[in-house]
Design a binder for this molecule. Structure first.
Ligand SMILES: Cc1cc2nc3c(=O)[nH]c(=O)nc-3n(C[C@H](O)[C@H](O)[C@H](O)COP(=O)(O)OP(=O)(O)OC[C@H]3O[C@@H](n4cnc5c(N)ncnc54)[C@H](O)[C@@H]3O)c2cc1C
Length: 458
């Protein structure tokens, strides 16, 4: 029940940044009725994005990495809705209910903007049309379904060039999402071929990572990025550095270096952009993001805070912006919550955000990873194990931790699950020769022709 004297905190976005601020505030204000917290998110769950590549490779199930937001909202009111506009001057936010499009206006005393980013195709409509993305649960399931279809068709394809095209996966973008995705899918495809698809020539599997720079995983720094580069190459992945994908069709990717790669699967992870609700805000922006000062407040708006992928926060040591990672979002949330509580209580000891990395890591396939923890570099199985343990601990709720741990154990003991639970859109018949297999149209056409021939003979 809302009382007029309550202080209203409104959190927009229930990703890493939003829910970790929420948890900090809940633990402080759980018995304080003068504080009302509201969370708005367009999905009714929090998605643990670092495990999306494992969902695409069938190592874990969707329910293991999606946590209903109502499970973490003990005191907080949760509203499933899309934020459609923010008026910083009048302290009002318009939200739209996805079910029926009804709009509601929320007022706030303190606002936390944590709406993350969306995929950036840099205006390239062809790539947008033909590429998969890996940002949502539907994306990851879509990739897995598509790849199993490609394996099924490739197993009946006798033409080596066409089999290779079906088994070529091009991932564009060499940040966390791109590297972890190619590593996982490489193992998924190769394990599945070994176990089930005996007509496929493993030589025809081509896994390709396209990077715009000469490095991969820039978020992890030069040394670890170099190790990751070598590990991917050792796993049989071709890395094409200093190159951009500039065009794509249903069965090819065209690169800036002039190379055309015939392929039926392209996954785009090369850019993050910010929702137009954020870019249209009447405040300072950098690279489309909202500029937040070192206290994580918006300049000129003392009661508005921003963090995570949607916020531009300057690293005073390098002069650049902090990278968009879950680890930054989580660390920012601690400082932001402290500063927000100070602002509410009128205390002056607000803290500045300064990211000192305690460690960085990434997994690059089954039982392979790279990590730097307290200055010590790890690679291979130890790094992979540290990644698994860290992210297992980070998962909210014991139930989800247990589900993920069970999935990892079961799926590493048994062969991959290649059950096709969804159908995909049929591709043009010209793309497959599939000896002895034709489309229904071709079969019907031939039977009509042969009926005509039979009739003419009579
Ligand atoms: C495949 C993949 C792998 C990754 N691996 C790693 C990794 O290993 N390590 C790492 O540190 N980082 C990793 N990242 C990056 C990490 O996921 C992000 O940096 C992190 O999620 C940022 O947190 P956030 O809260 O700012 O944004 P998000 O987690 O994206 O949350 C934003 C939330 O806001 C909601 N939202 C957005 N717009 C609206 C709107 N208009 N109305 C209502 N709600 C809205 C979204 O639904 C979402 O719930 C990975 C990312 C991907 C995609």
């Amino acid at each position: 029940m809302q009382s007029p004297n309550q202080t209203k905190i409104l959190i927009l976005g229930g990703g890493f940044a939003g829910i970790s601020v929420l948890r900090e505030l809940e633990s402080t204000y759980k018995n304080n009725d003068s504080i009302k917290i509201t969370l708005v998110n367009e999905d009714n769950f929090f998605l643990f994005t670092p495990m999306l590549p494992e969902l695409a490779s069938g190592m874990i199930r969707p329910s293991a990495i999606s946590i209903p937001l109502r499970m973490v909202c003990k005191k907080t009111e949760f509203i499933q809705a899309k934020v459609s506009s923010i008026d910083l001057k009048s302290k009002l936010v318009a939200i739209t209910r996805p079910f029926d499009g009804m709009v509601k206006i929320l007022s706030y005393d303190y606002l936390v903007i944590a709406m993350g980013g969306t995929t950036n195709f840099f205006g390239n409509k062809q790539i947008e049309k033909h590429a998969f993305t890996i940002k949502t649960i539907q994306d990851a399931i879509g990739i897995k379904t598509h790849l199993i279809h490609m394996l099924e068709i490739a197993d009946t394809e006798k033409n080596p060039a066409l089999q290779e095209k079906l088994l070529t996966v091009v991932v564009v973008g060499a940040g966390f999402a791109g590297v972890e995705t190619i590593g996982e899918l490489n193992d998924f495809i190769k394990d599945s071929v070994r176990s089930y698809y005996h007509n496929i020539n493993p030589e025809n599997i081509k896994m390709i990572l396209v990077s715009a720079s000469d490095k991969i995983l820039p978020e992890l720094g030069e040394e670890l990025g170099k190790k990751a580069y070598e590990s991917l190459q050792k796993a049989g992945i071709r890395i094409i550095p200093n190159t951009k994908a500039v065009d794509a069709g249903e069965d090819f990717v065209f690169l800036g270096n002039g190379e055309t790669i015939p392929c039926d699967t392209m996954i785009w992870t090369a850019g993050v952009t910010i929702d137009s609700v954020i870019t249209s805000l009447d405040c300072e922006h950098k690279s489309g993001k909202i500029v937040a000062d070192s206290y994580l407040r918006l300049p000129n708006y003392d009661t508005v805070f921003a963090l995570g992928d949607c916020a531009a926060i300057t690293d005073t040591k390098t002069g650049g912006l902090y990278p968009p990672t879950a680890q930054h979002a989580l660390r920012e949330s601690k400082i932001l919550s402290h500063n927000l509580k100070c602002a509410i209580s009128g205390k002056q000891n607000q803290k500045q955000f300064n990211f000192e990395s305690k460690g960085m890591m990434a997994i690059i396939g089954k039982r392979d990873g790279i990590a730097k923890i307290s200055g010590h570099s790890l690679t291979g199985i130890p790094a992979w194990f540290v990644w698994k343990t860290y992210y297992l601990m980070m998962l909210p709720t014991f139930e989800k931790k247990l589900k993920v741990a069970l999935d990892w154990t079961v799926n590493s003991l048994f062969t991959r699950d290649i059950t096709l639970v969804r159908k995909i859109k049929r591709k043009s018949i010209n793309q497959f020769s599939s000896d002895g297999m034709d489309s229904l149209d071709q079969v019907l056409f031939r039977s009509e022709e042969s009926a005509k021939i039979q009739a003419s003979k009579v």
